[in-house]
Design a protein around this ligand. Structure first.
Ligand code: ADP
Ligand code: ZN
Length: 729
């Protein structure tokens, strides 16, 4: 059992070594499990912070942790990042020279190294096993564990031998990690590693900071350029289907003054590596790529991922969009969609076997449903991975921000469920549509389905309408797909209940990608919001970071990540201690890189006469300013106020007090996302007018005013903050 004291030590270690104040998601439970010496299986979406799950235990435990990782490029990158924290991590692979290997072995045997990254090929060698037997291995971590499974999307035969090799090293705890695991892959991994006993930790696949949008593929180049202009200087990836398209778009962007480079398997390897490095080192902002790009990349500050062409599967789409916003800051995922693309993709499959073609067709159909559906994108994606997202409105997808027209779907859902029942839960979507619409094809004839009571009852609506109803019934859990027979739909418990006691169900209309688009609607919403931090200082810090990165020959984010720079541009740290308290900055980084950043900030603060955190906050309550920064950042990310209060154990009242303080000390806060949900426009206007005409912003005066009697104290306070932010700050 872990007692509270130990828990605190883990947190302290987290801060001391990595500079983070809090664990994310499952990290802490996973780490505890590993520290208890248990086999552990971790499934976390990209960007959730898998690496820390083994890096921290490696530092806490005695001995050397071995990390098996499939990609040499990624290994170097991880080791660079760890070294920047002052951690002695190394890698062993074919790129090392003889003498480097000799030195590495010596250091490992002497116990100087804490983490050793190896490729599975290397572990295969007799001599390396002998060498590792001389070291004191603490545990083995297997990254990208789905590579073990043939059912995964990236099977690597050499991964199959891992278990045998580990066994030669003794009875060591094993931790397997992956970002994709359908149930089938998951079982495969555990079987292969003989760790059926492992504790499994599955995290939600919801990526809260990603915004999803699908737009019709019309005037796409124009739309693309406009989007990029609105997001100039940000890092992004644009995926295209063909090499030719990649070249074409990269050129188009260059001509239009953007720093972009192409990436695909047809390029000369040198050029490819250079383009990738240029992207990592911020020499270019945008990489235009086929899906060949991405596996080996974990650039944390990718701000957008655009699918210029429709991806082949929803799983691929999720993985690719997952490369945006790994650092937890905004990530915008935009897909251009057309039926034409789907037909093109179908044609690619024409030489495949019947079964393969059928599988590919089903994947494409999922893609089509996703794009055209009026349902929250997030809900759909999570549904696809077997997870239910229950929030009404996610607030971060096109379908939630601009909800589609709704209608009463009660009778329609009822008819579909009856059709499923009357056909004995043995048919799929198209057949059900034929039955309710009264279309007599061969199947209908051979099963005599024209004699069913439901036959033809829905003839007034078109086939697309009915497909949309069925898809929504699936997502809302009235129906489910049969696991054993592809395409067959069954009724869920919720559906049976509904048939017994129908209740109103609202459905929405699908997007119609065949008619002309409303130009205004599709171009207006770029989610990039105004910033609460000092953008000028932020840019200066970025420039400095780039300069230092160049000198040290490292990617910039290895020095400091964007969230840390944002925090510096909010709190203006001017001493080593203040800098070390910035999230993501440990003492190791302060020693290594701190000096020039502190100098820059000091100079900036003096020149601009800025009150720093140290000036404003009373010395004894350093934590107070941390809470303020946290609140500012969370509001910037449009997090619900209740959620913010909860995560800092504040009452709502306390949170409002903090927000008011922030506001009165001159920081603009944009609470529109919260206020708009609470008060309609006319009510907002009423309160706003009051403050515009009032002689004082005193709350008490406002509460006593007759015009304000309809409003709660909370509403008035929130509107006062809005008012102050817009006028006073
Ligand atoms: P994954 O391997 O799951 O895709 P990473 O391990 O690369 O994710 O982590 C993603 C990002 O999250 C990294 O930029 C990392 O620095 C950051 N991160 C990880 N853990 C934390 C934490 N506890 N607090 C803040 N940032 C974190
Ligand atoms: Zn949504």
């Amino acid at each position: 059992m872990i007692v509270a004291e130990e828990k605190d030590t883990l947190r302290e270690k987290l801060k001391e070594i990595f500079g983070y104040t809090q664990f994310r998601g499952n990290q802490e439970v996973v780490i505890k499990n590993i520290l208890e010496g248990k086999n552990t299986f971790v499934i976390m979406p990209t960007g959730a912070g898998k690496s820390l799950c083994y890096q921290l235990p490696a530092m806490v435990k005695d001995g050397l942790a071995i990390i098996i990782s499939p990609l040499i490029a990624l290994m170097k990158n991880q080791v660079d990042q760890l070294n920047a924290y002052g951690i002695n991590a190394r890698f062993l692979n074919s790129t090392l020279s003889k003498s480097e290997i000799t030195r590495l072995k010596k250091d490992c045997i002497n116990g100087e190294v804490k983490l050793l990254y190896v490729a599975p090929e290397s572990l295969n060698k007799e001599e390396y096993i002998e060498f590792l037997l001389k070291t004191n291995v603490s545990f083995v971590a297997i990254d990208e564990a789905h590579c073990i499974s043939e059912w995964g999307h990236d099977f690597r035969p050499e991964y199959r031998k891992i278990k045998t090799m580990i066994a030669q090293l003794g009875n060591l705890p094993v931790i397997a990690l992956t970002a994709t695991a359908t149930p089938k892959v998951q079982i495969d991994i555990q079987k292969n590693l003989q760790m059926e006993d492992a504790d499994v930790f599955v995290s939600s696949f919801n990526r809260k900071n990603l915004f999803y949008e699908v737009r019709p593929k019309k005037e796409t180049k124009k739309q693309l350029i406009k989007f990029l202009k609105d997001n100039k200087g940000k890092s992004g990836i644009i995926y295209c289907l063909s090499r030719k398209k990649v070249e074409e778009i990269a050129q188009l962007l260059n001509v239009n003054g953007f720093k972009a480079a192409p990436y695909h398997a047809g390029l000369d390897p040198d050029v490819r590596v250079k383009n990738q490095d240029d992207f990592l080192n911020e020499e270019v902002d945008i990489i235009v790529a086929t899906i060949a790009f991405g596996m080996g990349i974990d650039k944390p500050d990718v701000r957008f991922v655009i699918h210029y062409d429709v991806p082949k599967s929803l799983e691929g789409y999720y993985q690719e969009t997952g490369r945006a916003g790994r650092d937890g800051l905004e990530g915008f995922c935009l897909m251009f969609y057309s039926h034409n693309d789907l037909s093109k993709l179908e044609k690619f499959n024409k030489d495949k076997s019947v079964q393969e073609r059928e599988n590919a067709r089903i994947l494409l159909q999922e893609m089509e449903f996703y794009a055209e559906s009026p349902v929250c994108r997030r809900k759909q994606l999570l549904h696809y991975f077997g997870e239910e997202f229950t929030e009404e409105n996610c607030g971060a997808c096109d379908n939630c921000v601009h909800p589609r027209e709704r209608y009463d779907g009660t009778e329609y859902v009822k008819l579909i469920l009856e059709a499923v029942q009357q056909t004995n839960e043995r048919f799929g979507l198209s057949h059900l549509v034929n039955v309710v619409r009264g279309t007599e094809d061969e199947y209908v004839k051979s099963y005599s389905h024209s004699e069913l009571p439901v036959f033809g009852k829905g003839a007034d609506e078109g086939a697309d309408f009915w497909k949309s109803v069925i898809r929504q019934a699936l997502i809302y859990q009235y129906l489910e797909k049969d696991i054993d027979s592809v395409g067959v739909l069954k009724i869920k418990q919720k559906g049976i209940k509904f048939l017994k006691h129908p209740h109103p169900i609202e459905l929405a209309r699908d997007h119609d990608f065949t008619t002309a688009i409303d130009e205004e609607e599709s171009s207006e919403r770029t989610p990039i919001n105004s910033k609460a931090y000092d953008t000028k200082l932020f840019e200066m810090l970025k420039t400095l970071r780039k300069k230092i990165a160049k000198e040290k020959n490292l990617p910039p984010y290895v020095i400091f990540q964007d969230p840390s720079l944002e925090e510096m541009a909010t709190t203006y740290p001017t001493s080593k201690e203040e800098l070390a308290s910035v999230n993501g900055v440990g003492m190791g980084k302060v020693q290594k890189f701190g000096k020039s950043f502190l100098e820059l900030i000091k100079g900036y603060v003096e020149e601009n006469d800025i009150e720093t955190a140290a000036d404003v906050v009373v010395k004894s309550s350093v934590n107070k300013s941390k809470i303020k920064i946290f609140i500012i950042q969370q509001i910037d990310r449009k997090v619900d106020l209740e959620e913010i209060a909860e995560s800092k154990s504040l009452s709502f009242e306390d949170l409002l007090n903090e927000i008011e303080n922030i506001c009165y000390s001159g920081t603009k806060l944009n609470l529109d996302y919260y206020i708009d949900d609470m008060l309609d426009d006319s009510k907002q206007e009423q309160i706003f007018d009051y403050f515009l005409n009032s002689e004082t912003d005193s709350l008490e005066t406002a509460l006593q005013d007759e015009d304000m009697s309809d409003f709660s104290e909370e509403e008035i306070r929130l509107m006062r903050i809005k008012f102050l932010s817009e006028y006073a700050n």
